[in-house]
Every structure is written in C-alpha cells, then in structure tokens.
Design a protein around this ligand. Structure first.
Ligand code: NAP
Ligand code: G4F
Length: 368
C-alpha cells in the first residue's frame, strides 16, 4: 500500500480552507493546518472535521497547530513538524475594503508571508509542492475578460500585496526550480463566506429583513461586476494545479459576470419579489414593486477609495490542461446561500429553520 500524502493548509479555518480540508480528507490525504491565535474561536468552519478527525500526535488524519504568517519561526516550526508533500497557502487578510485601512499588516501577511513560507521550504530543503492563493483582484482596472496574459493593474493594498505574492511565487519557481504555482482565482462564495463580503452580507441581511429583525440592506457600490463561483468547486482546482506535471499559473473562474444589483435582484427573485430602483447617487434605493417596501439603500461608508469595476475570468487554460470546470453557477449559488441563511438565521432568530416557501409568504407581507 502506498503511504498517503500530507497536505499543509495555511488559513485552514477560512472559507476555502474548510472546503479544501474536506476535499483532501476524502482523497485520503493527511491534512495539517495552521491557525493563528484569536480571542474568539476561529475554527467554526472546521469544528465538524476537528471533532471527527483530529489527533494530537501528528500521525492521524487531521492535526492543527498555532502559527502565524507574520511569525517566520512559527512557520518554520510548523513546516518542519508536518513535513508536507503539498502546501496550500490560503492564509490572508482577504478583505479588499479593509486593506485600505490596514494596508501594512495586509502587506505583511499577504506578501511577506508568502516569502517566509517559500524561504523556509528552500532553505530547509523540504521537498514539497507549493500552491499560492492569488487573486483576480490583481487585474484591477484591466478590462475584462482577464486571463493569464492580461496586464495586472491592482487598485488596492490587498491587490498589490497579492501581486507581490504572485511574483514571489513565480520567482521561486524560475530562480530555484521549485514546484510553486499560482491559482488566480476569481471571486468564490458559499454559505461559509465571511459575513462582510458583499454576497454573504446580502443573503444574511436579506434574511433578517424577511424575519423582521432589520429594516433594509445598506451597501456601497452596486455597479461593480464580479465573476462569482462556488468555493467548493474552486478548491478542487487548487488540488489539480498541484497534480499537474509541472508548476504553472492558472486562472479559475466561471466565465460569467454580474453586478451587485444583479445579485440583489436574484436573491429577491427567489422569494418572488420584483426589485426595482429609483433615485440617483447615494439617494438611490431598491424597492419591492408589489409592496413599495424599501429593501436596499446606499451608504458611502461602504465605497472604496479605489474600485475594481469589472472582473470576468477566461479560464480556458485550466479547462483544457487541468480538465477543471465549475459545477455551480450564479443562480444555484445565490439559491444555496439564501437557503442556508434562512436556515441558520431562522434558527438563531426564531428558534427554527425557515424554508424558502415560508420566506416567500413572509416576503409578500413586507411593508415600509
Ligand atoms: P478567508 O475566509 O478570509 O480565510 C483566510 C484565512 O486566513 C482565515 O482562516 C484567517 O484566520 C487566516 N489568516 C489571516 N491572517 C493570518 C495570519 N497572519 N496567519 C495565519 N493565518 C491567517 O478567505 P478565503 O475566502 O477562504 O480565501 C482563501 C485565500 O484565497 C485567501 O488568501 C484569499 O486572499 C484568496 N482568494 C480568495 C478569493 C475569494 O473570492 N474567496 C478569491 C481569490 C483569492 P482567522 O480566521 O483567524 O482570521
Ligand atoms: O465581496 P467583496 O468585498 O469582494 P472583492 O472586493 O471583490 O474581493 C473578494 O474577491 C477577490 C477576488 O477578486 C478576493 F481576492 C478577495 O479576497 C475577496 O474574496 O466586494 C465585491 C464588490 C466590490 O466592488 C465592493 O465595492 O461589492 C462591492 N460592495 C458594495 N457594497 C460591497 C458592499 N462590498 C462589501 N464587502 N460590502 C458592501 O457593503
């Protein structure tokens, strides 16, 4: 019998880390993860896996240790202890808006953190493949569609840090012959998405509106376009990137793009609400044409100092070489996230899950 492979995941407690852990455990990998110390539990997304698989002797299916991408010696210790065959570097300060206020720490984690890991692998002569979680945010204002050859013109501290991480990864590949690859992933979402990213914010707060806990959803720029896929599909692409016979960089995307308005409209359509718009600029509102209820308004607080207007990925290379393609597309993604939040927030607010059918009935009665 061949020995199972060991994968180390930084950011194991994040959205993608949780789906990747499930995916790799199913493939028979031993999974090793790092989490950083938080004042509040940061393992909610993987508690079901910890309960079932964790062992503390570093021999079983799942082991986790404390480490931080800003702390080089903690990374070195984790890599030396886990001796991984594959490292998936998913840890990051991943919020673009917050990177404008926390620019230097974002750069330290998202750019210098990459260097710290690759430097350890190289200096310690560890024989492992490295996956870097690069981002479509690196394309910035380059017009769509974007592929591996599109110029990168990032607009945010996050995008600039990720571009540095992308080049640090390529440099280790080119200069030292390391197996170091970039996945350039377009936006991907799920019921496990952080609650302050726009998709999850919308499905979660819309649920609160339906349940009468909140009045409306307050957002920033509604005109940005994003290519939204499902995190569960994208973690398979990460794995395929490291199974390819040579290190390379790949765009991963659905090839469809929608505005924030489209996302809102589709959420509403799920409960038979027709959402339309009136007013202009910051006074614009989104309302239900049947009941007149205001459902969306704007607060400039959520505008960013610089914006990425339109992302649309061309993932032909990954589709042809890696034989990867997305399974969950826009409408199913919206439906999955809304149903989850109706269940979760239903439980929290009403003490029981709320179904889509019940949400439709509640929605038809909403008034200002
Ligand atoms: P996420 O949910 O925000 O997860 C990020 C993880 O990184 C969290 O577990 C976080 O821990 C951890 N982390 C943050 N700073 C750290 C540090 N200094 N040391 C160790 N761990 C740290 O992000 P995601 O959506 O899963 O994304 C995964 C990766 O893909 C990120 O690198 C992101 O930038 C990149 N990416 C995401 C998308 C997307 O649309 N989701 C698209 C392209 C690229 P805490 O829980 O303690 O905060
Ligand atoms: O959901 P977002 O915060 O995602 P964003 O900025 O596209 O970044 C995500 O995708 C990147 C890949 O391209 C990842 F690398 C990154 O880690 C992250 O996962 O915002 C999407 C759009 C933006 O244009 C933003 O201005 O939605 C707009 N928006 C409008 N109102 C809002 C809001 N975004 C947030 N977070 N909150 C709002 O209230």
């Amino acid at each position: 019998m061949t020995e199972s492979k060991t994968a180390m995941i930084t950011g194991i407690g994040g959205q993608d880390g949780s789906y990747l852990t499930e995916f790799l455990l199913k493939k028979g990998y031993k999974v090793r993860g790092i989490i950083r110390r938080g004042s509040y539990p940061n393992t909610k997304r993987i508690d079901h896996l910890i309960e079932k698989y964790e062992s503390f002797d570093n021999k079983g299916e799942l082991s986790i240790t404390y480490s931080d991408l800003t702390d080089a010696s903690s990374i070195r210790n984790a890599i030396e202890m886990f001796k991984p065959d594959e490292i998936y570097n998913l840890a990051a300060q991943s919020h673009v808006g917050i990177s404008f206020t926390n620019g230097i720490s974002t750069f330290d984690i998202n750019a210098r953190g990459v260097f710290r890991i690759l430097d350890t692998i190289r200096n310690k002569g560890i024989n492992c493949k490295y996956y870097q979680a690069s981002s479509s945010e690196m394309f910035g204002i380059s017009p769509p569609p974007q592929n591996e050859s599109t110029p990168m013109l990032p607009q945010s501290p996050y995008g600039i840090a990720k571009l540095a991480g992308y080049h640090i990864t390529k440099m280790h590949r080119n200069a030292y012959g390391m197996f170091a690859s970039n996945g350039i992933l377009f936006n991907h979402e799920s019921p496990r998405r952080g609650v302050n990213f726009v998709t999850r914010k919308i499905t979660r707060i819309f649920t609160e509106v339906i349940l009468g806990k909140t009045d409306r959803i307050v957002l920033g720029n509604l005109d940005a376009k994003r290519d939204w896929g499902f995190s569960g599909d994208y973690v398979e692409a990460m794995w395929r990137i490291l199974q390819h016979n040579e290190p390379d960089d790949f765009v991963i995307s659905t090839g469809e793009t929608y505005t924030i308005r489209d996302f809102l409209k589709e959420v509403c359509r799920n409960v038979d609400i027709n959402l339309e718009w009136k007013g202009t600029g910051v006074d614009e509102i989104g309302y239900d044409t049947n009941t007149g209820k205001t459902l969306v308004s704007i607060n400039p607080y959520y505008f960013r100092p610089a914006e990425v207007p339109a992302l649309l990925g061309d993932s032909t290379k990954a589709r042809e070489i890696l034989k990867w393609k997305p399974k969950v597309m826009f409408k199913d993604l919206v439906n999955m996230m809304l149903k989850h939040d109706l269940e979760e927030r239903g439980n929290e607010i009403r003490g029981r899950p709320v179904s889509l059918e019940e949400a439709k009935e509640l929605a038809s009665k909403l008034r200002n």
